[in-house]
Design a protein around this ligand. Sequence first.
Ligand code: HPA
Ligand code: ZN
Length: 326
Amino acid sequence: TDLDTFIAGLPKAELHLHIEGSLEPEQMFALARRNRVDIPFGSVEQVRAAYSFSNLQDFLDIYYQGADVLRSQEDFRDLALAYFDRAAADNVRHAEIFFDPQTHTDRGIPFGIVAEGLLDGMAEAEARHGLTSKLILCFLRHLDEEAAFETLRQAEPWLDRIAGVGLDSSELGHPPEKFARVFARAGEMGLKRVAHAGEEGPPDYVVQALDLLAIDRLDHGNRSLEDPALVRRLAESGITLTVCPLSNLKLCVVGDLADHPIPRMLELGLAATINSDDPAYFGGYVNDNYRALAAQGRLSTVDIATLARNSFTGSFLDDADVAHHL
Ligand code: HPA
Ligand code: ZN
């Protein structure tokens, strides 16, 4: 459709992308072969058939298992490059990508192998496509605060190449307050702060992320809409929300894209953006997410342009670089 052509042509930034969630089944098999790792699937079709989730935890169990094929610096480079090639094809000009170091260090893969491999892929993507990127180190919230502190210590030699810290994994039962001290330390170290909140967790987790983690950007944030005072606060502060329509559908955060909260968020004056989260698991990259939502007929071309514009203004690029993209 005309809207799809408009979407494809729009320059955009992607602000909510877990690089481990961009591992396509074909690449999972290729890396399993290269590293002689056993995987519990016989074919790419079997892998795709297993990607049916009823909540976040269902997905996380299979996502952490998939990451086991990632072993060498070259693996992390290839993973990142495969994502950047697809993002560039979607006219993504800048990406701020999450990685989960604990998923790897807990399997004996050194932090530096992961970080250097991803940084290699980022440099190659800029050379190949002119696509710029930043790295965001996510703490796994189902693990304890001391493990997060240990990860921050391991990251020290790379902190000049890491833009910020984030918080992901199982939300319910692991409120932001659990990580208040490690986020304060990250702030003292000059790192940006983001957190997943209000995906499955209640609006109070979003309030905690603002008050106790001092977040610069909110990942998901869907359930904020249940609290009118919180909505006013988010609108007045202008904080960016990184929303993920196909993820929300696959993880049953929304029952139907026809009811997706993004149009409502824009009406309420929230700085929403569209992102793919874990595209290999949720059935689409960033343009697929724009198209799926636009197909519901609740977004104007002005809304779509606003969402893309928000992705640059909500990025951690400096003002001159943002201006250059707008
Ligand atoms: N939520 C929480 N943790 C995650 C996600 C998500 O959507 N994707 C990868 N880790
Ligand atoms: Zn996410």
